[in-house]
Design a protein around this ligand. Structure first.
Ligand code: GLY
Length: 400
């Protein structure tokens, strides 16, 4: 389907595709809710366990915001207030997280839950909670490094000590800061966000526009000391989900700032991703798995394991980002690719049968292969970005 010249019958067919996926996602999520029971702050769906059953987290993990976010997206797709009621219940379980500052993920945690709540069912409390969350995130920013610290001290696989590690994923947390400046009128959040994005642009990418996963900064001089990996194959490889976060993060940052450098960056990161895609448009968990010149980090597991596993979460994130990049640039290549990615994810190769996959929607994701964690598993954030992409596609079709 050529994205900008679709005729009426094609648009009708595509609307049916969205409806069918919405109906499926609703039915699958009803089953998920039967499994979780009522929310209690400790039962946020995250992945599948070794027995093929649902594995959950508490509210302090990096992923709890995605399930309330999924419920909000189902409300947005269906208009059914039953989803709104569920979404509200699950969102409120995270209220305490607004004060959390032990790592950078508060952006994911709170903007996917409360951010969607505020957007779809605005209440003054939501705004206050989001602004407090933005304040918590800003406590991790340093004027010296000019970036938000992602994790506290930890060691790389090779023993290198990271005193101020920043990961590419951190670009995603900036949306919370842009929001906070808009609603408070206080530019401080916006300034932190653009400073972080500018420093990351300088230090986190190679000449071919591929991304490093981790950059460790010297906290006293601000120098970028080490460029390594944690969840990728190799220090010099490109972790697929990291590249997806980069594409999404700079597309979103362009939307919020209109800085052409961010759009240029997003297009370049997208081109690297496109150039390395397999036929079904769902990448392996790392773009350089098993290639010559890339030494596996972590442990020998990455080489021993039949490492050609996919990461459908990277595909879902990029699919959603490409809908936005297509809208911003009006370049049909991004929208066409986004549609094809969505079709691939919605095909039986990646969309689970009803009642299977521990009631998650998308199969075949990889959390962190070097940690032997979440390999070829469903992951709650793949479902979240899949539904977001569906919403963006629906919106696109309504413009034709
Ligand atoms: N932000 C953590 C991950 O993508 O695994």
């Amino acid at each position: 389907m050529a994205s900008l010249t679709a005729c009426n019958s094609e648009v009708k067919e595509e609307k049916k595709f969205i409806e069918e996926n919405t109906t499926f996602a609703s039915a699958q999520t009803v089953k998920m809710l039967e499994t979780t029971g009522e929310p209690n702050g400790k039962n946020f769906p995250r992945r599948i366990n070794k027995e093929g059953k649902l594995s959950v987290t508490n509210k302090w993990d990096w992923t709890p915001g995605f399930f309330p976010g999924t419920l909000w997206y189902l409300y947005e797709l269906t208009g059914d207030t039953v989803w709104q009621q569920e979404a509200e219940k699950w969102t409120w379980q995270m209220e305490e997280v607004q004060h959390f500052s032990a790592h950078h993920d508060i952006g994911f945690m709170m903007y996917c839950s409360y951010g969607n709540a505020e957007r779809l069912a605005s209440r003054p409390e939501y705004k206050d909670i989001l602004v407090q969350s933005a304040n918590s995130l800003c406590t991790r920013f340093s004027d010296t490094t000019q970036v938000i610290e992602s994790w506290n001290y930890r060691k790389a696989w090779d023993g290198t000590e990271w005193f101020y590690p920043v990961i590419i994923d951190n670009m995603m947390n900036l949306e919370l800061l842009f929001y906070a400046s808009k609603v408070t009128g206080d530019p401080k959040y916006y300034d932190v966000a653009v400073t972080h994005a500018n420093t990351t642009l300088k230090n986190h990418f190679r000449e071919d526009y591929s991304s490093y996963h981790v950059v460790n900064y010297d906290e006293t001089t601000g120098e970028a000391l080490h460029r390594q990996t944690c969840q990728g194959y190799s220090d010099n490889s490109t972790w697929s989900r990291g590249q997806a976060w980069a594409i999404y993060g700079y597309t979103m940052s362009y939307r919020e700032t209109k800085d052409p450098a961010y759009l240029e960056a997003a297009k370049n990161f997208a081109q690297y991703y496109i150039d390395h895609l397999p036929e079904d448009l769902v990448p392996l968990w790392d773009f350089n798995v098993g290639e010559e010149g890339y030494i596996p980090q972590g442990n020998s597991y990455a080489v021993q394991y039949p490492a050609k596993v996919k990461d459908a979460s990277a595909a879902a994130i990029t699919c959603s980002a490409f809908f936005e990049l297509g809208e911003i640039t009006q370049d049909p290549q991004y929208t066409d690719l986004a549609i094809r990615m969505l079709k691939s994810l919605a095909s039986p190769a990646y969309r689970a049968p009803l009642g299977e996959n521990a009631n998650f929607i998308i199969m075949h994701c990889t959390g962190s292969l070097p940690h032997r964690s979440e390999i070829d598993s469903p992951l709650v954030y793949a479902d979240y970005y899949f539904l977001e992409a569906l919403i963006r596609y629906k919106r696109y079709l309504s413009t034709l």
